[in-house]
Write a protein that binds this ligand. Structure first.
Ligand code: MSP
Length: 673
């Protein structure tokens, strides 16, 4: 029976066993879990893998600090990772550890395969190495003083005999893979960056460490003096786990879900290793964005690292799962704030959804003694409502493309439609019993439908709805309607409102104030967007209203003063730069969610343009304009950018989008604002 089901294989990265899991780790696991649950419900046989990455220099150093063996050290950390999975109701099918003997043997087999193929050779490596990242950097990738951009610590110069993997040999094959299978690099916004880097040329990569510098790793089968580089070891977990579970038929993976910082390893190294070892390519690598907390990067020194277990105890497991996936587009960088959390829970879960479930229960109890009536007299409204509940294809399409927010938006649109319907038909005023029966029958069906859709996001909530309505658990292939006379169970209030503590609010204000002081290029969020619509402001003859697509479903409405300088046709489809983190404002009664960059010499105005994909973020040397904290117009004006007529400069350095310089379309020399 299960052989007939379509197989679906999904993975998280394996997390470094070198510290405690935090919100970022939990996020990837939750996203994978939501998709795994959805696929199971829609007729797939799923294998969902997660685990820990336990070798390498970082682990060796931590063990030394703690004065215990490496194995003891990693063993002591694993329960923390497993506890997070359990707490958040993650339904992984297996937990792989790279210190597992079968994994080690598998990696050795792969090394031998690549070696026999002539893809591994002995050479010498010298370079700048970041212990935190477990990798060498080229100087241009580092900050001044050879500081690692991620760890903010200096890299060390290292030279050693090392085995190399012929990555350069795979350049064309990789480009062919990207071209033939555009899904492989997901979401689209990261694709160009990877493709361009590969086009620039690939260097062979060192895949071993001499035992003189590191012993904590898998021994190279053809040279006892070397251990395997941690990324070669770690990436093969995705196959070794299948092998040891005798589930090889799940290969190729459907989705490797990873954070954007390890996208390169998964989209370049991994397919090259696989090509060399003779395996099929995974279907998709999806890179998600990073979480900041109240506008700041999580870091130990700031003391703002969020513990997923503590968070789920404080805020609720399902609430946390819901928040993380509904607050913004999956793939984008997102910002965790107590305020937005409270807003989401209070408005969407409590007001929209919780109230609906509770209202229908109350009506059934009050008018029908807790039995579901039959639907015999359907008015046009009930027919329409029932039809609108048939949104499976759209929801499924969103889920399969990992558009979690869009799937939830769709579900909430339906929930709100049902709430509006209740307000409109006012069941408590209906005199005709037959009609009332139909209304409540349809409403019960709506509650049941929503519980089924929400389940992969909020499994405990779905279970509680089923319990209070006595619904059976059903997947999407075998659905049976609720029979008339079905008795519902006891009422249960799903959510409670969150009131923000005063303390939390002052903290937030403080951090906002601090943030306001931070000016300069890095306080901006400058994103490439395409103008997809231009219309005249109804109440201001100098203003246009533009709709701008920033990629990834982010479509902004912006009011601009460009009407005096451009025609609508001239503006349409231009790739402009949007200040995307401005506080929204109303301009003559129309909401404006950002600004478009333009150069002006007091007389003429020219748009600042980019030759880059929608969603590309603007850089200036090593600075990135990807801030998440909102700024005021004054903050923006404080950042002085100039147009030289050809390029746009900030502090004498050209602004670029994906390495290509920005320009103005009218060669204007002047200020940019
Ligand atoms: N061990 C490697 C992965 C090897 S996979 C073959 C590794 N481990 S890690 O512990 O650093 O975990 C990285 C993953 O944690 C990221 O890819 C991402 O999924 C998640 N996150 C860590 N911090 C994060 C945020 N602040 N925000 C969102 N997710 C981030 O890299």
């Amino acid at each position: 029976m299960s052989d007939n089901k379509k197989k679906f294989y999904i993975t998280t990265p394996i997390f470094y066993a070198s510290g405690k899991p935090h919100l970022g780790h939990a996020y990837t696991s939750i996203a994978c879990d939501v998709l795994a649950r959805w696929k199971r419900k829609t007729g797939h046989e799923v294998f969902f893998l997660t685990g820990t990455d336990e070798h390498g220099q970082k682990v060796a150093e931590k063990a030394k600090e703690n004065k215990i063996s490496e194995q003891e050290y990693v063993d002591s950390l694993i329960p923390n990772f497993k506890k997070v999975l359990e707490t958040l109701n993650i339904t992984n099918d297996f937990f792989i550890r790279t210190t597992n003997e079968q994994h080690k043997a598998f990696v050795q087999k792969m090394l031998s395969l690549c070696y026999e193929k002539g893809d591994i050779y002995l050479g010498e490596y010298e370079g700048l190495y970041c212990v935190g990242c477990e990798r060498y950097y080229t100087q241009t990738e580092l900050l001044e003083g050879n500081i690692c951009p991620d760890h903010k610590k200096p890299c060390v110069q290292m030279k050693e005999e090392s085995y190399f993997f012929k990555l350069s040999k795979y350049q064309d094959k990789l480009l062919e893979l990207f071209e033939k299978n555009p899904q492989f690099l997901s979401p689209n916004q990261h694709a160009n960056e990877i493709i361009n880097r590969v086009k620039e040329g690939l260097r062979d990569i060192s895949i071993s460490r001499n035992k003189k510098t590191l012993t904590w790793g898998i021994e190279i089968p053809f040279d006892k003096n070397h251990v395997t580089y941690v990324w070669f070891d770690a990436l093969f977990n995705y196959l070794s786990a299948l092998d040891m579970n005798e589930k090889m038929e799940f290969w190729p993976a459907d989705v490797h879900l990873v954070g954007k910082e390890i996208n390169w390893f998964h989209t370049v190294y991994w397919p090259a290793f696989l090509m060399s070892a003779g395996f099929e390519m995974p279907k998709k690598v999806f890179a998600h964005g990073w979480w900041t907390v109240e506008g700041h990067k999580m870091s130990k020194s700031l003391g703002n690292v969020l513990d997923p277990i503590q968070l789920s105890e404080e805020l609720g497991k399902d609430q946390l799962r819901y928040y993380l996936l509904s607050i913004g587009t999956f793939g984008d960088d997102l910002n965790f704030t107590k305020e937005s959390f409270a807003e989401k829970i209070n408005n969407e879960l409590n007001n929209d959804f919780g109230n609906l479930v509770s209202r229908v229960h109350t009506l059934l109890t009050k008018y029908f003694g807790g039995s579901v009536p039959s639907a015999e007299k359907l008015d046009k409204e009930e027919v329409e409502l029932t039809m609108s509940l048939n949104f499976f294809p759209d929801f499924d399409a969103h889920m399969s493309a990992l558009r979690f927010k869009e799937a939830l938006d769709l579900l909430w649109e339906k929930i709100r439609t049902v709430n509006a319907y209740i307000n409109k038909v006012e069941p408590w005023k209906i005199q005709d019993t037959k009609r009332l029966e139909s209304v409540l029958s349809v409403l019960t069906f709506a509650v049941q439908t929503f519980a089924r859709y929400i389940e992969c996001f909020m499994p405990e909530t779905a279970q509680r709805i089923r319990k209070q309505y006595n619904f059976e658990e059903q997947d999407f292939s075998s659905f049976t309607a609720i029979p008339a006379g079905h008795k519902i169970g006891e009422k249960d209030n799903l959510f409670s409102k969150i009131t923000l503590e005063k303390k939390a609010e002052t903290k937030k204000e403080d951090s906002e104030k601090k943030e306001e002081k931070k000016t300069g290029f890095a306080s901006l969020n400058l994103t490439v967007g395409e103008i997809i619509e231009v219309s005249e402001h109804p109440d201001a003859e100098k203003l246009f209203i533009e709709k701008i697509d920033l990629g990834n479903g982010d479509i902004r409405q912006i009011v601009s003063g460009l009407r005096a300088y451009y025609t609508k046709e001239e503006m349409l489809h231009k790739k402009v730069i949007v200040v995307a983190n401005l506080k929204p404002a109303k301009l003559r009664g129309v909401r404006s969610e950002g600004m478009i960059l333009a150069a002006d010499d007091e007389e003429h105005v020219g748009l600042v343009l980019a030759d880059a994909e929608r969603g590309t973020q603007i850089s200036c040397g090593k600075l990135q304009a990807n801030a998440t904290t909102r700024i005021t117009v004054d903050d923006f004006f404080a950042v002085e950018m100039k147009s030289t007529g050809k390029e746009i400069h900030y502090e004498n350095t050209a602004l670029t989008a994906n390495k290509k310089a920005l320009y103005t379309d009218r060669n204007i020399v002047g200020n940019v604002r």
